[in-house]
Design a protein around this ligand. Structure first.
Ligand code: T3D
Length: 264
């Protein structure tokens, strides 16, 4: 697939999507929002892709909204009313990531700020290079957290710590992020992509439909009560029990051999 703001490649059933606006720390312009959303749509429609790595070029992961993009809208000493771009562009992107029935591994290579921090939080798992930082930059420019940060952050690290990150807008180092449970792994920068790809390849070799359904159940657990989650689990098990991978998993166990999952 050809994009102007992204690099996109697939190998070993893993799609690697790389944000590619390094001069502005991969901050979001309209084109990158559009292209990233269509990349996830393409991934959803391609059964050969069974896991995703999301990373970025250069020294930043993503610095949030490109603050130069709207320059002209601020002329005349008055800010534009923001909100529509969130409804039309950011929110559909975040929803596409959470609804994708395949795991997304964020390979966080540099600073993740503002909506770039939200983008990292919308991944299922995060591997961070040891020199990165996470920054809820919004308040520094008088805005509020958006693109899902207010949802994901308290779930991941608790209300008080989320409030501290949001209110004080101090950068959180990779080591601290690991302590807080904001990331799954921290590795040296030269190990970032190999580690993330290794994790994604492992995920891609698992029963894809069961993983997709587990993600759906996790999503629901964050927003619904126990009864709804129990029912979703029962529906999910009805689906998973009918897959080839389930049969293969049981047979492999009984035959004392490794299972060969195909995602079917
Ligand atoms: O619809 C809507 O608009 C609402 C949606 C809002 C969503 C949001 O994301 S709001 C939050 C927007 N983001 C920010 O406020 C972060 C702004 N950036 C920074 O605070 C810093 O750049 C960082 C802390 C992320 C990194 O600092 P540092 O010192 O490592 O790098 P730097 O020198 O500040 O940035 C390097 C270059 O990237 C620089 O360009 P230059 O001077 O070399 O030509 C800088 O201007 C550019 N850059 C960084 N962030 C942005 C950016 N350019 C445009 N937009 C950015 N967000």
């Amino acid at each position: 697939m050809n994009f102007s703001t992204l690099l996109f490649e697939t190998a070993d059933n893993v799609a690697t999507v790389t944000l590619n606006r390094p001069d502005v720390l991969n901050s979001f312009n309209a084109e990158m929002r559009r292209e990233l959303t269509s990349a996830f749509a393409a991934i959803e429609g391609d059964p050969s892709v069974r896991a995703v790595v999301l990373t970025a070029a250069g020294r930043g992961f993503c610095a949030g909204q490109d603050l130069r993009e709207r320059m002209s809208a601020y002329e005349g000493g008055r800010a534009p009313v923001l909100g529509e771009t969130l409804r039309q562009e950011y929110n559909p992107l975040i929803l596409a990531m959470r609804r994708l029935p395949k795991p997304i591994v964020g390979a966080i290579n540099g600073v993740a700020a503002g909506a770039g921090c939200s983008l990292a939080l919308a991944c299922d798992l995060r591997v961070a290079a040891e020199n990165v930082s996470f920054l809820q930059a919004f308040v520094k420019i008088g805005l509020v957290p958006d693109s899902g940060s207010s949802f994901f952050l308290p779930q991941l690290i608790g209300m008080a710590r989320a409030a501290e990150m949001m209110f004080l807008a101090e950068p959180v180092s990779a080591a601290r992020a690991l302590e807080l449970g904001l990331v799954n792994r921290v590795v040296p920068p030269d190990q970032l992509l190999p580690s993330a790809l290794e994790l994604a390849r492992r995920l891609a070799a698992l029963p894809t439909k069961a993983i997709g359904q587990a993600k759906r159940q996790l999503n629901l657990a964050l927003s619904a009560g126990l009864e709804a989650v129990l029912e979703e689990e029962a529906c999910g098990q009805a689906m998973a029990s009918q897959t080839h991978d389930h049969l293969e998993g049981v047979q492999a166990f009984l035959e004392k051999r490794p299972a060969r999952f195909t995602g079917e």
